[in-house]
Ligand binder design. Structure first.
Ligand code: GAL
Length: 643
């Protein structure tokens, strides 16, 4: 598969006379892909049942005739205003019970049956009309599921669907489900929360104090399944008319639905990468780090998502939207350091991306994203990002094809564990994503390339080290496969801490085959009460007290066990700060026979097939092991030399 570039274009925003020139300039820039259509419903069906496809026919023809390949988006993220008149109850409802109104986007509840039917109708029309169009070379379903907190909705439609979902989860005789089984699984005897029938079960919002965590987790799983079903409906319709691959554009740090389950119905995973936008409120780093990387973005956040979406796409993945300059939506919106647009593009290719598409072609002079840069200014003159896009286009012409490669380190990521942590974080601000990302960051600082693994992965061939931190519910089959494999395995904290219904299992966790270690009790820590470790660094946020006969391999200054090891399995009963995490993981790598490095801050490396890439995210030049990289520098080494 060749490495390719593309852009996101909105023909409906510009006079027709501009389309041909835009298309020609895209092709001249070296772009292959142009994504269109994903917000155009009000122009495709201006009145219920009155379709206007002529303009889209022409736009696709103009773009295609210029040599571009079209990614056609389904427009279901932006239902037109008349749709709300038809289905006033289709709006999502927030936790305070307020409808989320028309006037921006994503104003729909995944559970609303009438809206789903209308989505099926518009997707069918599009798929019938363009399924065999030679210029339509890929599809995108909807746009950014979950963006703007839209996965979870407390609507009447959601309540009805949740009750059906629960009946299926706790099946009984006939259609009515087994309410006694649900009561037992959730522990509803506590506080007299027992139900007599499924139709008494409400959504877990607006309760006097916290709702039962089993109830909350069930509702999160249900909400995730609604996204999966909504997406599957669209994918099935498109497939009836088209053989082109289908993608969705996922996001950074959106974990409210199971992307692996959505991805199972699609051909390509793609995601929208906004490194500077993410830095302040998604990465979770302190002010000094934010300042140091204000114009470069976090050195690990994009890489993590590249690896995550490579797993979601089962090897096939793209960046559907790449930041080309300042965005408009973060707390502050600085411009990137010269060279960063190129660096971000190459970092994606280094992780195996097939395509990187810049969002957007031309900056819009109107509406919500006026201050969001594009490759062109609103007047059509090149914006600063354009020269870098052109440079990358030139560089990928000479680069090899995308080569699949397996890393030595596998890191399990489980959306269900994220739902469980969100349900019961146990300490303010603690999250599963945060724990996994801290682990990933330490691995990257050790110079390692990482594969993210789905929790139902059983093919561990080639991995020498597999980590499963925070995997709240450990499916027995996964535990058995890990214990039986050849890889070194690192578990915890909180791995196996709950059963499938969110209760503490007995025997106590982690109850892992062949490991004599037990979590006897747990505590979360204030920011000002870290616990120093004997070998350096400290425990932060969360700590477990361990018992058992396995060998203690990490302990506090006062001699309490923090990690224990037996055979190929190590259990870590703490959240470690970065120095301790790096030291602890370097030891695990050593045991697994994996060489590590100690990279300077901001320098990162990624191995992909026969290529090794170096990236300098720092604002200063860096030298390491005989290499020198300027700020925003990229160095590509192949077995044949450097590029
Ligand atoms: C994405 C979205 C785009 C655009 C972009 C701005 O989240 O998919 O439509 O809004 O952000 O950065």
């Amino acid at each position: 598969m060749r490495r390719t570039l593309g852009t996101c274009y909105y023909p409906e925003h510009w006079p027709r006379e501009m389309w041909a020139q835009d298309a020609r300039r895209m092709a001249e820039t070296g772009l292959t892909w142009v994504r269109i259509g994903e917000f155009a419903w009000s122009r495709l069906e201006p009145q219920p049942g009155r379709y206007e496809f002529g303009w889209l026919d022409d736009a696709i023809a103009v773009l295609g005739n210029a040599g571009l390949r079209v990614v056609l988006g389904t427009p279901t993220a932006t239902p037109p205003r008349w749709m709300i008149g038809r289905h006033p109850d289709m709006l999502a409802v927030d936790a305070a019970g307020r409808p989320r109104k028309f006037g921006s986007r994503r104003h729909y509840c995944f559970s609303h049956e009438g809206y789903r039917q209308d989505c099926a109708a518009i997707v069918s029309r599009l798929a019938e009309r363009y399924g065999a169009n030679p210029h339509v070379a890929a599809w995108q379903t909807d746009n950014e599921y979950g963006c703007h907190d839209t996965t979870i909705s407390y609507s009447d439609a959601a309540r009805r669907a949740f009750r059906i979902w629960l009946r299926n989860r706790y099946p009984g005789a006939g259609n009515d489900g087994d309410i006694a089984a649900l009561n037992a699984a959730w522990g509803n005897v506590f506080w007299s929360m027992e139900y007599d029938e499924f139709d008494q079960i409400d959504l877990p919002n607006l309760t006097v104090t916290e709702p039962n965590p089993s109830h909350v987790l069930a509702f999160r799983r249900f909400s995730s399944d609604q996204v999966v079903a909504f997406n599957r409906m669209q994918a099935e319709i498109i497939r009836r008319h088209s053989t082109a691959p289908i993608a969705h554009n996922y996001m950074g740090r959106i974990t409210e639905f199971d992307h692996f389950k959505v991805g199972a119905d699609l051909d390509i995973a793609s995601w929208d990468s906004y490194p500077l936008g993410f830095l302040e409120d998604r990465v979770g780093a302190g002010p000094a780090h934010q300042r140091a990387f204000a114009r470069q973005g976090d050195p690990d956040f994009q890489a993590f998502h590249h690896d995550l979406y490579r797993a979601v796409g089962r090897g096939r993945w793209w960046v559907m939207e790449q930041q080309p300059g300042p965005v408009n939506w973060a707390p502050h919106n600085p411009g990137p350091l010269p060279g960063m647009v190129r660096l971000w593009s190459w970092e994606a290719f280094a992780h195996g991306a097939e395509a990187v598409c810049y969002f957007r072609w031309r900056q819009a002079p109107f509406a919500q994203e006026q201050l969001h840069s594009g490759l062109l200014r609103p007047d059509g003159v090149d914006a600063p990002g354009m020269a870098e896009a052109r440079q990358v286009a030139q560089e990928i012409r000479d680069a090899p094809d995308v080569a699949p490669a397996r890393a030595a380190v596998g890191l399990v990521f489980d959306y269900d564990a994220d739902f469980a942590w969100a349900t019961q974080p146990h300490g303010a601000g603690l999250s599963y994503f945060g724990l996994v990302f801290d682990t990933y960051r330490a691995l990257r600082a050790l110079g390692l390339s990482v594969d993210i693994l789905q929790p139902d992965c059983r093919d561990f061939a080639g991995y020498r080290l597999i980590l499963a931190p925070g995997l709240m519910h450990m499916p027995r089959a996964l535990g058995t496969a890990l214990a039986a494999g050849k890889a070194q395995v690192v578990l915890g904290p909180r791995t196996g801490a709950r059963n499938i219904d969110m209760a503490i299992p007995v025997p106590l966790p982690p109850d892992f085959p062949g490991l004599d270690a037990t979590v006897s009790h747990v505590e979360s820590l204030r920011a000002d009460m870290p616990i120093p470790l004997l070998s350096g660094g400290q425990v932060v946020h969360y700590r477990e007290h361990l018992q058992g006969d396995a060998t203690v391999v990490e302990q506090t200054m006062d001699g309490a066990a923090v990690a224990m090891c037996q055979g190929n399995v190590t259990y870590l009963g703490a959240w470690l700060d970065q120095p301790a995490m790096r030291r602890f993981l370097a030891r695990a790598c050593d045991q697994a026979g994996i060489a590590t490095m100690t990279l300077p801050d901001g320098l990162r490396v990624r191995d992909c097939g026969g290529e090794r890439f170096w990236f300098n995210y720092g604002a200063e030049p860096v030298t390491f092991d005989g290499l020198s990289l300027a700020p925003a520098g990229v160095l590509r080494q192949t077995s044949r030399g450097q590029g």
